[in-house]
Design a protein around this ligand. Structure first.
Ligand SMILES: [Zn+2]
Length: 304
């Protein structure tokens, strides 16, 4: 599919001379998201082209490259649209671009959910493999002519998850999305420790606008940003405390999954259990390491 040049009208929000946000449907709620367009004098790049960009058939200008913040389906629909543009992704997430099954494996889905998800990546999310995707590392700079984009590695959500420091006072946070749901670290390649370190690191970013991929969209001003990061970070501590309380009696990971600490009990989606399980495992590992809990018999844990 070749991308057209499309007028985005009121769904394009200009933040500065060269930078604008292409607001996704439903304010960037999943499955969509908020993409960032950077128009340099030399090149134009689009960061995380969403399903809304695909539905519209293109960006407001011709793009030379797409930069992806990490290898999740909702950030990659542009792969099937901007087929003539270069693709850049952090080296640690590059394998996702090789073929659709690699992303499925990272979510460790089981049974029917696996094939269903593989199909939805290709249809709903318009994913096209790009084995030629170029890997970048922390600190990589794209000089586009009068404006620059710098990669800031913020792992945890995925191993290669990255934010982007854009000149003109814009910082793209991607899936450090500052929602009430809290941080997501439920994949096989997620890390709780890395996510927390990334939250501490990103707190130092000085910008006028902080852009998240999902519902919170554009956050104006550093003060508001700091409040939101701290509230978001507190969700990790709340989950940890709730789990420790639950372990006042010996429990297994399966019992923790059934109790639900991430999703509310009434949410029924095929992937909830695997995400609850992965999240519980990470918190229990942290408890054991800190001496907050002990393994009373194989696979059963109790608060110390
Ligand atoms: Zn993600």
């Amino acid at each position: 599919m070749a991308a057209r040049v499309v007028d985005w009208a009121e769904q394009e929000r200009r933040l500065s001379e060269h930078v604008s946000v292409l607001v996704g449907d439903a304010n960037g709620g999943y499955p969509s998201g908020n993409s960032v367009l950077v128009r340099g004098a030399g090149e134009a790049v689009i960061i995380d082209p969403s399903v809304t960009v695909v539905a519209k058939g293109g960006a407001p200008v011709r793009v030379d490259a797409m930069i992806t913040s990490h290898g999740h389906e909702d950030h990659l629909p542009g792969t099937g649209l901007f087929t003539e543009a270069r693709v850049h992704v952090h080296e640690a997430d590059r394998f996702v671009h090789e073929e659709p099954s690699h992303m499925v494996a990272a979510y460790h889905l089981v049974g029917d959910a696996r094939e269903e998800f593989r199909q939805s990546i290709l249809t709903e999310f318009n994913f096209a493999a790009r084995p030629d995707a170029e890997g970048f590392h922390d600190g990589h700079v794209w000089s586009l002519g009068g404006v620059e984009v710098e990669a800031v590695h913020l792992p945890g959500h995925t191993a290669g998850h990255s934010g982007f420091r854009i000149s003109e006072g814009v910082f793209f946070l991607s899936d450090i999305d500052l929602t009430g749901f809290g941080p997501y670290y439920g994949d096989t390649w997620s890390s709780l420790d890395d996510f927390e370190n990334s939250l501490i690191k990103v707190r130092d970013e000085e910008a006028d606008y902080y852009v998240t991929f999902h519902q919170k969209g554009v956050i104006e001003g550093r003060e508001r940003f700091l409040e939101m990061v701290d509230a978001y970070h507190a969700v990790i501590h709340r989950r940890h405390t709730n789990m420790l309380e639950f372990l006042s009696e010996p429990r297994t990971i399966a019992e923790m999954v059934a109790h639900r600490f991430v999703y509310r009990p009434h949410v029924e989606m095929s992937f909830c259990d695997s995400i609850e399980g992965r999240t519980a495992e990470l918190h229990v590992a942290r408890m054991l390491e800190r001496g907050e809990a002990v393994e009373v018999e194989p696979g059963r844990y109790r608060a110390a």
